[in-house]
Design a protein around this ligand. Structure first.
Ligand code: GLU
Length: 363
């Protein structure tokens, strides 16, 4: 059943793209960033870039740079967030809701965890993860006095799932999705040593940054009931959710390296134009109920809405992307095509050696 929320007037939404800088900018993430950006533009809202850098082992500065470069190439600019030249320096952040690096918001997240313990929604736990895995409930809740004195390095904090009615996600793309509480396990919100987990930190940060709509990949749908329960336990306003279907390869399985290039940089390096790439990305899952295919970023900023995002997986089609690229290339003037081709002619001509006559000849 479609959610009523679709008919609610949207004004000045606050949305965010919250990547973890653990690899290159994947086309699926680029599309999530684009849809958030377009949604903010369409309704006069604010698009925030928050970096979820809590995975210290897998985070790299290089992937953070890659992410910022990829977004710049696509023309997806953020209104608030980390500084594009100094993303790790919170003093350079843009916006009133910083810091925009998740790791710098640690204290705020821990305070919320302590509050949840006080409210009885969370508890100290010293079970090894493998012992509770699969059974859902551990017995720690009854041993709170004893656990209170154990140092934080040796225990985690868990969120308690109380019995109750199913948790309903009112998804703006998928309609109502129900999750039975019996199927949700008590989950760790702070790891031994004090590091908050994704499912917890994301709620505390989204609430503190006053996010109104959470638009992200469908792979996060199963996390959403846990996050809703945390919002409710802390009496925070639950935002709207929209889970975008994943991008599949031509064989119907989730898009991966087996299907060819999967990162924005690969397409950039192959010579795709960002305008063509953005147009193709937007059409991967969204259409305005007409046969029109060509949209500039400015057109999309005016037309995009979540109601027209399909709830079934989008199938990546390289031929179609090539078709879009061809369309955009043919629109270029000779001079523009020449300039854009130069980086690819490096083997034959160095830009520094370019004199007027070679230039004319090449043109
Ligand atoms: N850091 C998460 C990711 O990259 C963010 C998910 C979300 O948008 O809540 O998947």
């Amino acid at each position: 059943m479609a959610s009523n929320n679709n008919s609610v007037k949207i004004s000045n939404p606050r949305v965010r793209f919250a990547p973890s800088p653990t690899g290159e900018l994947h086309i699926g993430s680029a599309r999530t960033a684009l849809f958030n950006y377009l949604f903010a533009k369409r309704y006069g809202g604010t698009f925030v870039l928050r970096i979820e850098d809590t995975d210290k082992v897998r985070n790299t500065q290089e992937s953070l740079k890659n992410l910022v470069d990829g977004m710049n190439w696509l023309g997806i600019h953020w209104d608030e967030g980390v500084d594009e030249n100094n993303p790790l320096d919170s003093s350079k952040d843009r916006g009133d809701f910083g810091p925009y690096l998740q790791s710098a918001r640690w204290q705020n997240q821990l305070n919320a965890a302590v509050k949840l313990i006080e409210l009885g929604h969370a508890y100290d736990c010293d079970c090894p993860p493998q012992e509770t895995f699969g059974t859902g409930k551990c017995k720690c809740y009854d041993r709170q006095k004893e656990l209170h004195d154990i140092p934080h390095e040796e225990k985690s904090i868990k969120f308690r799932i109380n019995p109750g009615p199913p948790v309903v996600v009112h998804d703006l793309i998928r309609g109502e999705v129900m999750f039975r509480r019996e199927d949700i396990q008590d989950f760790v919100i702070v790891r031994p040593g004090g590091l908050p987990t994704y499912n917890f930190a994301v709620v505390i940060d989204d609430a503190a940054m006053e996010m109104t709509h959470i638009i992200r990949g469908e792979d996060h749908l199963s996390n959403t009931p846990k996050q809703i329960l945390v919002y409710e336990a802390l009496q925070l306003k639950v935002p709207e959710f929209a889970h975008i279907p994943l991008i599949h390869g031509p064989d119907g399985s989730k898009m991966s390296k087996r299907h060819g290039a999967v990162t924005v940089h690969e397409y950039k390096n192959e010579g795709f134009l960002p305008e063509a790439f953005v147009n193709y990305l937007a059409r991967l899952g969204w259409n305005d109920d007409t046969d029109r295919e060509i949209y500039s970023l400015a057109d999309l900023e005016e037309l995009f809405n979540l109601k027209q995002v399909s709830s079934s997986p989008a199938c990546f089609d390289r031929e179609k992307l090539l078709w879009f690229n061809g369309k955009y290339i043919r629109e270029l003037s000779d001079e523009e095509l020449f300039e854009k081709s130069l980086p690819f002619l490096g083997k034959y001509v160095k830009p520094d050696d370019l004199n007027e006559s070679t230039r004319k000849w090449l043109l």
